[in-house]
Design a binder for this molecule. Structure first.
Ligand code: FAD
Length: 590
């Protein structure tokens, strides 16, 4: 090891994976350096739940990728934002905070042979970060939570006050749903088929603000100022690995903001050759937590990856790991939208003119500032959600989750916020349908140059595996279910017309064409998959998140899941990172 080593651990990236591991290690009195490419930022937009989408207009904290929806040959790309900020994408995300089905943990235990991934053990990992018991699990013994993250339904729509809503349109919508599906009071405990529920969200109930990774990092820093160090605006460009011993001892980095070319503020000509590079060392381990695309990118740049790819780019191969950048999975999403009749605003009428503008006279913002725990902006705007399965039913899981939002939301795509702003809030109703049980793992991410500031080639491969037609058919069945709901219920009197797909799309063939055009997603994962590194040639990390064939190097983020977790990944990442932190601490102390 180098004499200049000062930290026990260096963690690259501060999202749900990196923040959890870094804070756990710091609280255990190890000296920790957390390196984050983005800035130390905590503003009204990242705090206010209702402004989650508007954070994407905050250019210094957002990076925009343009992956291929299907394949490079097909050529269709889609806007895909992520966070580059202290706290990671969890500072910008839509706040949905859902656990996975217990059998998903058991599957990881079976794949890896590590019983610590079993649901019995992993359910205990939910408790450390849950602060209140609104979404406790039944077997939680400690009902006086003292965690750091609130998981709550918006205060003004607490399960206890269900159906206590004054707006007649919204009330009728609830009644129509209630006739078809059962109410599910705690979806984090019970993922039963065909139920409706209030979406658990990462919102601090007492303050009405995002319960954030940023706040967690800052509070641990104030508790451990001498051993927890944070460098923001610092981009790690390479891992320092001895090619002979395969020991990882440090990272190369470049100081500066908006260096990565996915940033709208980056210089397109920036090249690693022309900037000052420095190196910092760790005594124990490096933990890579850059997320689903930057983590495999950093490995590939450092000589860990598919030999053919690395040799083509002239990168010396330290470890031939063909699984790096493969196995990418995604939840496919589609919007179903109805236009409401004039003056039949779906939201509480006194708040109908929300304009999502923090600098102007936005009545909803004024309302929120006066009443932060009980206004529209105190939530992510979701009215309620449902689980529903189409035929054929996938064993153990509802195949889809639907989110009902009072806006014209066609999915995250180029200029989506500007387009949505043209339609007054509450005058359209969108049902965002997300398929949660895909098995398609054909997506991939590969670097295309040795310049670490360049973005990689990303292919999502929606519907490209043999299960693709089944998924498209699930969407078609869900669209028909919603058509029935909006035509054959009391709520139909509030509906003007179907906006998306629109009445011209009727046959399976027509609806399929619509689905191919409008599919999107925002949970890409699994690009450094965990597995049995002895038997699975595509496994990148073992059950303790250690990179195969390399010493002192782990990965802790969304990229290590072998199968896309649950319906929303943030809470499963927190839970997985708690388990990995245990592994690291046990190894260090043992
Ligand atoms: C718009 C949007 C909405 C979403 N909504 C939800 C939701 O409602 N619920 C949910 O569960 N999930 C949601 N997600 C997904 C969820 O937020 C992410 O899956 C999760 O944050 C991933 O965590 P992570 O730790 O793997 O990586 P990230 O959160 O992406 O964090 C990675 C961090 O590493 C930093 N980094 C990367 N490379 C380097 C480097 N070389 N040097 C230094 N720093 C580096 C990045 O800047 C970033 O801050 C959403 C995501 C987005 C963008």
């Amino acid at each position: 090891r180098k004499a200049a080593s000062v930290y026990d651990y260096i963690i690259v990236g501060s999202g749900p994976g990196g923040a959890t591991v870094a804070t756990r290690l710091a609280l255990n009195n190890f000296s920790v350096l957390l390196i984050e490419a983005g800035p130390d930022y905590d503003g009204g937009d990242t705090r206010t739940p209702g402004f989650w989408a508007q954070t994407q207009l905050n250019l210094p904290i957002t990076i925009n990728f343009y992956p291929y929806l299907y394949s490079k040959e097909n050529g269709t790309t889609i806007l895909y934002p992520r966070g580059m900020i202290l706290g990671g994408s969890a500072q910008l995300n839509a706040l949905v905070a859902m656990t996975v089905n217990p059998s998903e943990w058991d599957n990881i235990a079976a794949i890896t042979g590590d019983s610590n991934w079993s649901s019995q053990n992993m359910i205990g990992k939910y408790q450390p970060f849950v602060e209140n018991c609104q979404y406790c699990l039944n077997n939680d013994t400690d009902k006086n939570k003292n965690g750091w993250a609130d998981i709550s339904a918006p205060a003004y729509r607490k399960p206890s006050s269900q159906l206590n809503i004054t707006n007649p349109a919204i009330n009728t919508l609830f009644e129509a749903i209630n006739e078809r599906l059962n109410y599910n009071p705690n979806v984090n405990e019970n993922k039963s088929y065909d139920s409706w529920f209030y979406l658990p969200q990462s919102i601090n109930q007492d303050e009405g603000i995002r319960s954030s990774t940023y706040k967690r990092i800052k509070s641990v820093q104030s508790l451990r100022p001498s051993n927890f160090h944070i460098w923001t605006n610092t981009f790690v460009t390479k891992l320092i690995i001895d090619p002979t011993t395969k020991n990882t001892c440090g990272v190369q980095y470049v100081k500066g903001s908006n260096l990565y070319k996915a940033s709208p503020l980056a210089s397109p000509s920036l090249n690693i050759k022309n900037v000052k590079k420095s190196v910092i060392y760790a005594k124990r381990e490096i933990i890579v937590s850059g997320g689903q695309w930057l983590s495999p990118q950093l490995l590939q740049l450092s000589g860990i990856g598919d030999r053919t790819l690395l040799e083509k780019l002239g990168i010396p191969v330290i470890q031939d790991l063909p699984g790096v950048g493969k196995n990418q999975q995604e939840h496919s999403e589609i919007s179903y939208i109805v236009k409401l009749k004039t003056n039949e605003n779906i939201y509480e009428s006194n708040n109908s003119n929300c304009i999502f503008n923090k600098t102007s006279n936005d009545p909803c913002l004024i309302d929120y500032l006066n009443n932060p725990t009980a206004s529209i902006y105190s939530s992510n705007l979701n009215i309620f959600s449902i689980f529903r399965s189409a035929e054929p039913i996938v064993p153990n899981f509802p195949d889809s989750i639907f989110l009902f939002v009072p806006q014209r939301f066609t999915g995250i795509r180029t200029n989506w916020l500007q387009t949505m702003a043209q339609y007054p809030f509450g005058t359209y109703l969108t049902v965002d349908i997300e398929l949660g049980r895909n098995k398609n793992n054909l997506g991939n991410v590969y670097i295309q140059s040795t310049n670490p500031f360049d973005t990689p080639l990303i292919e999502m491969k929606h519907f490209q595996d043999e299960n693709g037609p089944v998924e498209v058919n699930q969407f078609i069945q869900h669209i028909r279910f919603l058509r029935d709901l909006f035509t054959n219920s009391q709520f139909s009197k509030y509906v003007d017309y179907e906006d998306l797909p629109g009445s011209q799309f009727q046959t399976d063939e027509q609806l399929s064409a619509f689905i191919y055009e409008y599919v999107w997603g925002h949970h890409a994962c699994c690009t450094n998959k965990m597995g049995n590194t002895e038997t699975d040639p595509l496994a990148v990390v073992n059950s303790k998140a250690q990179v195969k064939g390399i010493n002192n190097l782990r990965i802790c983020d969304i990229s290590i899941f072998p199968v896309i977790p649950g319906y929303y990944p943030m809470v499963p990442i927190f839970m997985a990172a708690e388990k990995i932190a245990d592994d690291i601490i046990i190894a260090a102390k043992g």
